[in-house]
Design a protein around this ligand. Structure first.
Ligand code: NAP
Length: 554
């Protein structure tokens, strides 16, 4: 890719909001193209998700060799992951290593929350203001604000009077929490809850788990990195990265191409057992129709329930832990270590808060409709205002004073998950309308950053001033995102953060794109190669802009 210079009197060519895996790569990539870039990060360290989610047991559910950057071969060859699935501290070390290795740190400003982002038509620039009153101007605004970055603490009354300590999984103290000798409560049994519960149970005196909806939790089958596996991966990284980019979910987990209906009941059971042994999200690749065929999914669900019954000694507890409400995988599958086994411990109690709802937090603990539970520490593993939370809070103001929060009032509107009509030169990384949370995030981040970098190069080398989504193209894309989701079992279970249903008042709209990472990547690449159909370039349609530019000899 050629280097080029942007003619600008502004301080920066691009400002990136957020220094997680997305912001770090955006900084690297855009700087490589010769842009002057600043990254503004609210946290006191880099790493985004992996900086804030420090709860005990926090670990990625994509294999570490896959969940890593591919953009630099020396990096992927030299970095040594110690476990099959990397823990939060290891991923955070990795992110910091990348920042140091590529000398990125000096371009990142920490402890800096962006409180407003406003587009000025006359200047064709974004003005970003921080919580300390600093003002940054740039032609391009890149939103790397994360999709699971706004913790959702339920508006449970009485929390302010609680005399113990309380924490949210997504905002865990940097120095950790010492629960030894304490009575600890956990509200929430999603991915975060199921990861922290076994470790808290080992450390605390007593652990009370408040479960509203039972979730499917696969054994991660985590283990120390096998040197042979590592060597094999490193020898085949180019092919593996390419495979991930063209795959359904952006990683190397091998999917069974067969339909569950085309094999015998015995073969289905054998495949479920195989997937259970492979661990974690592998179960979702057991059959190609596990997420589209109710019968296949029912059988897989029952298989996992039978595993729960075989692990949990008390039949009543086993039944309470057995999900009945949703098809397997329509609520994000959890991947944990020793989760169900934990409920065989004497110091662990499961409280069904669907049956006996939490009424309030009291000074000494939690009150449900049937009992009071004394607690020293209360942990909220209650999830996030996902996909749109961070951007809606920042509420960028685009062309003609259009506010993103208003524009997204009925649900997020993007074209290809990358840009929004009325918000010129604002790019979103791994946001709503893209594979995002339905993929290995690092693969999706790299795809988006590379697409954005190419788009900027295209604008600059064609003398174009701006890019934004065309309104009609955006509407068509949202329709397509919904259509794809409606062709799956996700249509049958909407009480999830995929639909925004976990946040009171949020519109219930399916937000990520389920069409597959490879298909999506091919589509956005083709659109770019063919002159950005569906985008408004420089305020005009691409065909006009380019032919006018060339006839004017610019
Ligand atoms: P989550 O999946 O949204 O789970 C939140 C849990 O809190 C649910 O069990 C929910 O119950 C419960 N809850 C919420 N409000 C409640 C209330 N008022 N009373 C009682 N229970 C309440 O959140 P998460 O576990 O933080 O995970 C979010 C996403 O982050 C995951 O789906 C995953 O994509 C990602 N993540 C990944 C990993 C990993 O890689 N291993 C780890 C952590 C997180 P209901 O189901 O009844 O609403």
């Amino acid at each position: 890719m050629q280097n080029f210079e942007i003619e600008t009197s502004r301080g920066y060519d691009a400002v990136v909001v957020g220094a997680g895996l997305a912001g770090i790569y955006a900084l690297y990539k855009l700087r490589q193209q010769g842009l002057k870039v600043k990254v503004l990060e609210a946290g006191s360290g880099i790493g985004g998700t992996w900086f804030h989610n420090r709860y005990p047991g926090a670990r990625c559910d994509i294999e570490s060799l896959d969940y890593s950057y591919s953009f630099d071969n020396d990096l992927q060859q030299e970095w040594k992951w110690t476990e099959r699935y990397a823990s939060q501290p290891e991923i955070l070390r990795y992110v910091n290593h990348v920042a140091d290795r590529f000398e990125l740190r000096e371009h990142i400003q920490l402890d800096t929350k962006v409180v407003s982002a406003v587009f000025a038509e006359d200047d064709n620039a974004w003005t970003l203001t921080t919580d300390s009153g600093q003002v940054y101007q740039a032609k391009y605004a890149v939103m790397a604000t994360g999709v699971l970055s706004v913790p959702q603490v339920p508006s449970t009354t009485g929390l302010e009077d609680f005399t113990g300590e309380w924490y949210h999984s997504g905002d865990w103290p940097n120095d950790g929490v010492d629960v030894r000798g304490k009575r600890v409560g956990v509200i929430g049994t999603g991915s975060s809850g199921t990861q922290m519960i076994p470790l808290l149970a080992e450390q605390a005196d007593e652990l009370i788990v408040f479960q509203r909806t039972a979730n499917f939790c696969m054994p991660a089958q985590n283990r120390p990195m096998d040197p042979d596996v590592e060597q094999e991966w490193k020898a085949t990284y180019p092919e593996r990265r390419q495979f991930a980019r063209q795959s359904g979910f952006g990683h190397n987990q091998v999917a069974n191409p067969k339909s569950g209906k085309d094999v015998t009941a015995e073969e289905r059971q054998a495949e479920f057992e195989n997937r259970w042994q492979l661990g974690g999200l592998y179960m979702m690749r057991a059959f190609k129709d596990i997420l589209t065929d109710k019968d296949v999914n029912n059988e897989a669900s029952e298989y996992v329930r039978s595993k729960i019954r075989s692990i949990v000694a008390d039949p009543k507890t086993a039944e309470e832990l057995s999900p009945r409400e949703m098809p397997l995988g329509t609520k994000r599958l959890c991947s944990g270590t020793g989760y169900y086994e934990t409920f065989n411990r004497e110091n662990v109690t499961l409280v069904d808060v669907k049956e006996s709802p939490i009424e309030r937090v009291i000074p000494t603990g939690v009150r449900t409709s049937t009992a009071d539970y004394d607690l020293d520490v209360l942990c909220f593993a209650t999830g996030f205002d996902a996909m749109t939370g961070a951007l809606n809070r920042l509420n960028p103001v685009g062309r003609d004073g259009r506010e993103l929060r208003d524009y997204w009032a009925a649900g997020p509107r993007t074209y290809l998950g990358l840009t929004v009509n009325g918000f010129p030169n604002m790019f979103i990384i791994a946001g709503p309308g893209s594979p995002s949370v339905f993929s290995n995030m690092v693969t999706s981040i790299e795809q988006h950053v590379e697409w954005i970098a190419d788009a900027i190069e295209y604008l600059e080398s064609n003398g174009l001033t701006s890019i934004e989504a065309d309104f009609e193209a955006e509407a068509g894309w949202i329709e397509h995102v919904n259509e794809v989701a409606n062709g799956t079992l996700y249509r049958d279970f909407k009480a999830t953060w995929f639909y925004g249903a976990n946040v009171p008042g949020k519109p219930v709209v399916f937000m990520p794109y389920l069409g597959g990472v490879g298909n999506y990547w091919n589509r956005i690449t083709r659109i770019a190669q063919e002159g950005y159909e569906g985008f408004l370039l420089g305020g005009r349609r691409p065909a006009e802009s380019i032919s006018n530019s060339s006839s004017a000899g610019i």
